[in-house]
Design a protein around this ligand. Structure first.
Ligand SMILES: NC(=O)c1ccc[n+]([C@@H]2O[C@H](COP(=O)([O-])OP(=O)(O)OC[C@H]3O[C@@H](n4cnc5c(N)ncnc54)[C@H](O)[C@@H]3O)[C@@H](O)[C@H]2O)c1
Ligand SMILES: [Zn+2]
Ligand SMILES: [Zn+2]
Length: 362
């Protein structure tokens, strides 16, 4: 089967023909229908974060079950599923205390060291899977606890977006930060994640939702998602001052959806007294974020959000229902649909900052 492989860091993706194993006990083989381009893959392609190589990239995919391994009762061939990298064991302290997205026992849902690789090249050498999914491929072989069954009414080329970007952004607003009715919000960065955070804030009942981005087209899309006020960071000298002016003193909730120390600092500095900044972006591990200590006296808070603090087996079917009822917008988030062979061009468009989400269809 065809898959997009990262062989060096930094590096582009190469389309290769790989062999995919049969499902082992607990595993599910999926025919991929749609795969979204998330910025996290780009961080690895640019070498900002290190990983094992070679690796099939992609972690935002949806498809149809083809075969299941021994002991799999959750799905059967023909079922429609969305994959999520928050693969849970269901038995560790994190899983059992209501935080399955922080599962502390990934071994329980992975193949044993020394077992045959799920993916191999024709010479038998192993190929890894991004986030244990490897979604930029015609087929995915994953643990059953990394998928959720969804209704067949849901188009899979839209459902894939919920696998990472929408779960992460929407969840950051409603689950991690718990945005309150009538509050003021600012989202910095209006890519797939930021646009979903804006939607989460809208659904949660926020009053003012300010969006900050460098691109006019992104700001326009953010308006469709529910943003009420707009700051083009390339046109103002001081983003924090602009947001403070719009909100009359700062926001109750800010979200950083880019992954830069400088914008994390902005997210904290634009808070009103008692406000909370939530960092969603993946900030390079070598970068340090500096904050003014005195701000803590005003009960300002800063926190991270991992995959929107999701419980995806229940969250994703709900979000799909919201899409089918017109409450969650996904069609408007897709700027472009491409073929797997065009994946590097898709990432070039993301770097240029002109597309919301690009989706590979198979
Ligand atoms: N926390 C998690 O679990 C999690 C999950 C998925 C993705 N992420 C991370 O979230 C971040 C966003 O991902 P994405 O797919 O939405 O990326 P994206 O590239 O689609 O969007 C980023 C946006 O930020 C804007 N931007 C860039 N620099 C800016 C600046 N200085 N000021 C204002 N706007 C600026 C760009 O124009 C773009 O619209 C990435 O770091 C990604 O790795 C984190
Ligand atoms: Zn992602
Ligand atoms: Zn666990």
């Amino acid at each position: 089967m065809k898959a997009a492989v990262l062989n060096e860091q930094p590096g582009e993706l190469i389309i290769e023909n790989l062999t995919i194993d049969k499902p082992a006990p607990g595993e599910v083989l999926i025919q991929v229908v749609g795969a979204g381009l998330c910025h996290s893959d780009l961080h690895f392609m640019e070498g900002i974060f290190r990983t094992t190589l070679p690796m099939v990239m992609g972690h935002e995919s949806a498809g149809i079950v083809q075969a299941v391994g021994e002991g799999v009762t959750y799905v059967k061939p023909g079922d429609h599923v969305v994959a999520c990298l928050s693969i849970f064991c269901g038995q560790c302290h994190q899983c059992l205390s209501g935080h399955p997205y922080r599962c502390a026992n990934p071994k329980a849902t992975s193949r044993d060291k020394g077992a045959p690789s799920r993916l191999t090249r024709s010479d038998g050498s192993p190929v890894d899977q991004m986030a244990r999914l490897g979604g930029f491929a015609e087929e995915m072989l994953v643990h059953q606890n990394g998928i959720v069954k969804v209704t067949e009414d849901m188009p899979l080329d839209k459902a894939c977006l919920i696998g990472c970007g929408v779960t992460t952004g929407f969840g950051a607003a409603v689950r991690t930060a718990k945005v309150e009715v009538g509050s003021t919000v600012c989202v910095i960065g209006a890519g797939g994640i930021g646009l979903a955070a804006i939607q989460g804030a809208r659904v949660a009942g926020a009053n003012k939702i300010v969006v900050v981005d460098l691109s006019t087209s992104k700001l326009e899309t953010a308006g469709i998602m529910g943003a009420t006020h707009f700051v083009n960071a390339s046109e103002v000298d001081d983003v924090v001052a602009a947001v403070r002016e719009i909100t009359g003193g700062g926001v109750d909730y800010s979200f950083e959806a880019i992954g830069r120390a400088q914008t994390v600092r902005q997210a904290f500095d634009m808070l009103n007294v008692g406000g909370t900044a939530t960092v969603i972006g993946m900030v390079p591990s070598k970068d340090v974020v500096e904050l003014r200590g005195i701000d803590f006296l005003q009960e300002k808070k800063i926190q991270g959000s991992m995959m929107g603090s999701n419980q995806f087996r229940t969250d994703i079917p709900r979000m799909i229902d919201m899409y089918l009822n017109g409450r969650l917008l996904l069609d408007e988030m897709v700027s472009k649909t491409i073929q797997l062979e065009e994946i590097n061009e898709g990432y070039e468009l993301m770097k240029a900052g002109e597309v919301a989400r690009t989706v590979v269809t198979f």
